[in-house]
Every structure is written in C-alpha cells, then in structure tokens.
Design a protein around this ligand. Sequence first.
Ligand SMILES: NC(=O)C1=CN([C@@H]2O[C@H](COP(=O)(O)OP(=O)(O)OC[C@H]3O[C@@H](n4cnc5c(N)ncnc54)[C@H](O)[C@@H]3O)[C@@H](O)[C@H]2O)[C@@H](O)CC1
Ligand SMILES: Nc1ncnc2c1ncn2[C@@H]1O[C@H](COP(=O)(O)OP(=O)(O)O)[C@@H](O)[C@H]1O
Ligand SMILES: [K+]
Length: 511
Amino acid sequence: MKILSAAQTRQLDHATLQEQGITSVELMERTAQAFTEWFLGQFAAAAAREVLVLCGPGNNGGDGLAVARLLHAAHYAVRVALLPADKQSADWQHNRQRLPAAVPVSTLGPHGALDAPAEGVVIDALFGTGLSRPLAGTAAAVVQQLNQANARVVAIDLPSGLFADATQPANSAVVHARHTVSFGLPKLAFLLPQNAAFVGEWKVLDIGLSPSFIAETATPWQYTDVATMAGALPARPKFSHKGTFGHALLLAGSRGKMGAAVLAAGACLRGGVGLLTAHIPGCGYDIFQVSQPEAMCLTDAQADFISELPELKPYQAVGIGPGLGQAEAGVAVLRQLLEAANKPAEKRPASLHLVIDADALNLLGQHRELLALLPENAVLTPHPKEFERLTGPARDDYHRLDLLRDFAQRHRCLVLLKGAYSCLATPTGELHFNSTGNAGMATGGSGDVLTGLMLALRAHAQLSPFAAARLAVYAHGRAGDLAAAETGQAGLVAGDIVRFIGPALQELARG
Ligand SMILES: NC(=O)C1=CN([C@@H]2O[C@H](COP(=O)(O)OP(=O)(O)OC[C@H]3O[C@@H](n4cnc5c(N)ncnc54)[C@H](O)[C@@H]3O)[C@@H](O)[C@H]2O)[C@@H](O)CC1
Ligand SMILES: Nc1ncnc2c1ncn2[C@@H]1O[C@H](COP(=O)(O)OP(=O)(O)O)[C@@H](O)[C@H]1O
Ligand SMILES: [K+]
C-alpha cells in the first residue's frame, strides 16, 4: 500500500471527484458516513453517547459537521463547537446548513472553557491535511485546553496541529488523540515514534479513492500490509530436496551470548532453509548441538569468540552478528567476509547474500572504512542505536528516514531500521514500513530471531534480495503477533517468536 504526501493526498481527492463524476460534497458525505460507521462500532455504550465535535474552517471541519448530523440521527447527544475564522470552505458551509437546529452550536474562544464531556467523546475536526503552518492563537489555545482536559479524543483524518509528512516546530500545539481515523491510505506521520502521543491508535477507512491515481503516483513510502504480502512465499515443489532451499552459514555467539546463536539458528531452520551450518566459538559447542540438532556446527579455534572465517564455498547466504561480541578479532572476520563476498563470481559461490546484524553492525560503526566493502544487496538490520553508530545522530524521526534512505542508496544495500514499524530501505530509495509485530517483541533476542529468518529467506533461490527481506520482516512480526495471542505481550519471549514462524509463513504461502 502506498503512502502519499499531504500535497498528493489533496490531488488524490480531486482525481477521485473527476474520475467518479461526483461532487466534493458527495465525497465528504462518503467520508463522514465511513467515519460514523466506525464510531458507532467503537462507542456504542450509553456512557460514550455524549459527543462534542470541534470544527475548524476547512474541509476537516466540514467532515466534522457532517459527522455531527449523522451521529445526531443515530441518537447520540451531539454538540458542535466552531473555531472562529474569516472564511469557511464551500463544503463546510453546505454541511453547516444541513446541521439540524436541534444540535447545539457554540463558538470557541481563546479563554472559554471547553466543557468536554467527562464520559463521552470529543471529535477533533479542527484541521486535517490542509494545515499549512503550526497552530497559533485561538486554535492553539483550544488544543491546549483539550489536552489538559484529558478527554477521550477521536481525530478525523489527522490530530489537529500535526503535519502529515513533516516535523512541526518543537512545542507546537498538537491534539493528543486516543484514536485517529483516516481515509484511503495511511499517513507517514502515523508511523513515527515521535508522533505516538498525538496519533494514538490509528485506523484507515476505505472511501473508494481513485485506484488509478494511486497506482500512477510515485512515492518513496510504502506500507507492507496483509494484501501486499498475500502469496509472497513460493510453494515448495513436490520434488524439492534440501539443496533446493539453500545452505546458510551463521556466524554468531560468544561466551555468555550463545543464546543469540541458538535463537537465530532456530529461526533460520523454521524459516525453511535447506541446510544450516553455524560457526561458533568453542565454548558453545555443547549448548548449540543440544539445542539445535538439525543444524551443523563448526567450532572456532578460540573458545570465547569467533576469530576465523570458514571456507565459504558451500553457502548461498551468510548471516553474521547475533551475540558476536565486539572482540577485535571479529573485525578481521568481518573484513574477510566482505572481501570474499566482493570477489569475482568465478572465485566464490554464484551469489553470496549477506545479513549483517547486532555486533557486526557495531564493528562496522567503529570501522566505517569497511562500509565501502559492503556487497550489493547486503541486508543490514540495525535498531535505532546501531543505526546511529553507522551514520551519526538524527535530529528527529524524519531526519532519521533521510539518513536511512541516503545510506541504502549510497551503499547499494538493504537497510532495515527496526522498531514498531520497521522500515526497510532499498538501494533504489524506497522505504517500506512493516505493519506486523507488537510491543511484546520489545524483549531481548527478538532481533536475533529476525536475523535467522532473514538468513533463511536470503538463501532461498526463488526470492529476490528485496522480496526475501520484506517477507522476513513481515513474517517475523506476524509470528510475534501469533505468539502474543498465546502468551500475552508481557509473557512473550524471543523463543516464542521462533515457535510461530512456521504458522506465520504458512499464512503467506502461495496457493
Ligand atoms: N472533498 C475533499 O477534498 C475531501 C476532504 N476531506 C477532509 O478535508 C480535509 C482537508 O481539508 P482542507 O484542505 O480544507 O484543510 P483543513 O480543513 O485541514 O484546513 C484548511 C483550512 O485551515 C486554514 N489553516 C491551515 N493552517 C492553519 C493554521 N495553522 N491556523 C489557522 N488556520 C489554518 C487554511 O487556510 C484553510 O482555511 C482532510 O483532512 C479531510 O478531513 C475528506 O472529507 C475527504 C474528501
Ligand atoms: N513495540 C514493538 N512493536 C513491534 N515490533 C517490535 C517492537 N519492539 C521491538 N520490535 C521488534 O523486535 C525486534 C527487536 O530487535 P532488536 O532491538 O535487535 O532486539 P535484540 O537485540 O534484543 O534481539 C525488531 O525486529 C523490532 O522490530
Ligand atoms: K483533525
């Protein structure tokens, strides 16, 4: 699913009107009906039937007026409060006239008490995508009162004061919504941690916006949802054998961190790899062989950390990093691996796919000269702190996305910035935000599981580097969601994610 800018969203509305031969008032009615239907499902309880709708002067306020009429018709106790303005949009005026006289209407002022319903709901229809500058004056004062009232707020389209695709200046007034209900496509602002307190739970409703305009419009931002991923995993051919699904090598573990190697190996095996060999420090031999009997195991000459790179010929994909530690010997191993992956095709396996995570990323951050050796389409999976070690600090979440995009393009690799909406940057400058996963996965070892699954899918001959990476991220989050349904979020541990990789992949199998 694409994510469009605020300007493109406006164009999408216009294209929809032209394509479908409808008026903007009709589209607004469709929007208000979709919102109201959602609202009725969400707030059916008697206590929540007292509703205050705050309306701005543009089409967001127009949506609010139409919603007020529809909720009144559904027997909610609705009041409307209008933000004073020199001029209102034509569709606003149309819906103002259609508002039944039985709905009380007041005008908001900078000092007046907001009188938010204690048990009911406040609908924020002050500003949406038309916001052109930070809120000031009465609008800012109203938003501050609303936030102080700690009311249950539902924002239409966007929390008022929030820009859809850019950072607003520090300390700007922005509504803190409990829910944000938007239309057509998600907005970039919803996916960034810095906006979590404004957006709350968000939902996008389908209002039949022009599919052809969406298809033709170029954007770097994509949202990987269930529809995007349907059938993403190729079926296993009847006559396949273990050689069909690749032989992966995992370089992981150090004394005290063998669990990372075990988790990554378990995820790789559950990810459907044909063969897995792990190269681990000597101290981990018994631990590893006992816990992962399906994997083969090579031990390093060093007992506590990895100091050697095994012969790479047998492998299609190599994963390095989980629990590796930051011993200096790891730098030489990493350098040799990067050099081997870059050697001409005849001197190494046809395509050596790399997955670089955790301490291998930290070593890259300490030795940035190694970045020049990254082979094309290597996958790097940093969390924000590891990413900062590679690129330096970001000013805010939007700047971090700029750094991410720039890094992936410059080094021609795939970079996954992990988080609640993990973002996969491609060498061509696309940013794909993942939709699966939950806060239960904020627990040690979840990233190691992702590395193992990513390794399995990169070893899969039928998946392109990008397809493998996107599938791994989506399936990892889905496995986390299935696991949390069984364990609850607090009780989830990384090993539970491994257990649910199979069911998650099964959902994505090509029919
Ligand atoms: N017919 C359509 O085009 C549709 C529009 N929709 C709604 O329309 C909204 C966009 O409507 P508009 O483009 O009218 O924009 P808004 O309603 O978000 O606000 C625009 C108005 O606010 C003023 N304004 C902008 N920033 C301000 C600030 N900081 N302080 C004070 N005034 C400010 C502008 O001058 C303009 O009058 C969407 O968010 C959505 O809710 C939906 O109904 C879908 C269909
Ligand atoms: N709040 C969250 N919502 C969704 N996914 C999350 C959340 N927190 C963490 N995750 C996922 O869990 C994984 C954590 O990785 P990482 O930070 O490397 O952990 P570790 O180093 O402990 O293995 C990432 O894939 C991340 O996307
Ligand atoms: K709003």
